[in-house]
Design a protein around this ligand. Structure first.
Ligand SMILES: [Zn+2]
Length: 338
């Protein structure tokens, strides 16, 4: 247990592709070309580590490292990221939801993305609220956002778009959003299209096993990608437990790191994590990982790739990564670190 305190910057990715070859397209994604350059820039300055290596304080780990994570289990990880990760000697942690495998269903978050791209934001919004009114009436029921504290949702969108995204992802009850999305998806892409979208979008079970055999970490992104603090304790625990059981059955592994969907978590989440014997929980709080984060383990911060590389030049954002270089002799005293 005498390993020196360690710091890290975690960079989170979702989709990474050149273009989408089919009707299930995305509005935004990282490209292999940019990823190649990002890995080259990181590898010049820092070693890479997986989440499980970083959080296990009994293991040797570099004093400063960069932890790459991929959320949502996109097929892009094998198609586009893997050759580049191997080229640069980089490792990564890949977080997957169980629903596509257990039920053959697309996660709502991807259904929303595909519909937004296909119908345009205005078309999608009009169709969604018309569907809402048809099924549930003109008065919209909205859940509280109190769990998010002062988090700035969708800061770069105008108010109408922001309102719509909040409704879709955070405020209209799941029991109402899901049937509307389902009907719109079938209407837009055709009957039977969901199975095709699942095959095209997510890593297959075999690909997951291949990634593990090649030394990548497979982690839990829960069962259905719900916003955990919107659920009560029992429901949160079930979401995490089903996601964990799926990977345990697939891989035979027993210990897992969890990436909370959308990064949100609360005391009930931490209690569920403890009761399920999980290793650590990753958030989307945008800052570097410090020694105290690794002691607490349930709220490990992560940056999005857009925080870490300039959108135009793709140059590494120094304010993010210099926390590592200077972190070694940083403001925290040795005593506080230990
Ligand atoms: Zn996710």
């Amino acid at each position: 247990m005498n390993a020196p305190p360690r710091r890290a910057v975690s960079v989170n990715y979702h989709f990474l592709r050149t273009a989408t070859p089919s009707q299930f397209a995305l509005r935004a994604h990282e490209t292999p070309e940019r990823f190649d350059s990002q890995l080259a820039q990181i590898s010049k300055r820092f070693p890479f580590c997986r989440a499980d290596e970083l959080v296990d304080l009994t293991r040797e780990a570099p004093e400063s490292s960069v932890m790459l994570t991929f959320d949502d289990g996109a097929r892009d990880v094998v198609t586009w990221a893997l050759p580049l990760l191997e080229k640069h000697g980089a490792t990564a942690s890949i977080f997957v939801c169980a629903q596509p495998y257990l039920e053959g269903r697309l996660l709502e978050i991807q259904k929303i993305e595909f519909l937004m791209k296909k119908l345009g934001i205005d078309g999608f919004r009009g169709a969604f609220y018309a569907g809402y009114e048809r099924l549930f009436g003109a008065e919209i029921e909205r859940e509280s956002l109190d769990f998010a504290g002062s988090y700035g949702f969708y800061r770069y969108d105008d108010e109408a778009v922001r309102r719509f995204k909040l409704d879709l992802n955070y405020q209209i009850p799941y029991a109402q959003v899901i049937p509307i999305l389902e009907a719109l998806f079938t209407e837009t892409f055709g009957a039977g299209s969901e199975a095709e979208a699942v095959r095209e979008t997510y890593l297959s079970a075999d690909e997951l096993k291949q990634l593990m055999d090649r030394g990548f970490e497979l982690g839990v992104h829960t069962h259905r990608h719900r916003v955990l603090p919107r659920l009560d304790f029992e429901a949160q625990k079930r979401e995490i437990e089903i996601g964990t059981a799926f990977l345990r059955d697939l891989t035979g592994q027993t210990e897992f790191t969890v990436a909370y969907p959308y990064g949100f978590h609360d005391e009930n989440t931490h209690r569920a994590m403890r009761e399920l014997g999980l290793r650590a929980g990753l958030t989307m709080e945008r800052r570097a990982i410090e020694p105290h984060d690794l002691r607490d383990r349930w709220s490990i911060p992560r940056y999005d790739v857009n925080d870490c590389f300039d959108r135009e030049s793709n140059q590494l954002v120094d304010a993010v990564f210099s926390q590592l270089a200077t972190g070694k002799a940083g403001s925290r005293s040795q005593g506080a670190d230990e």
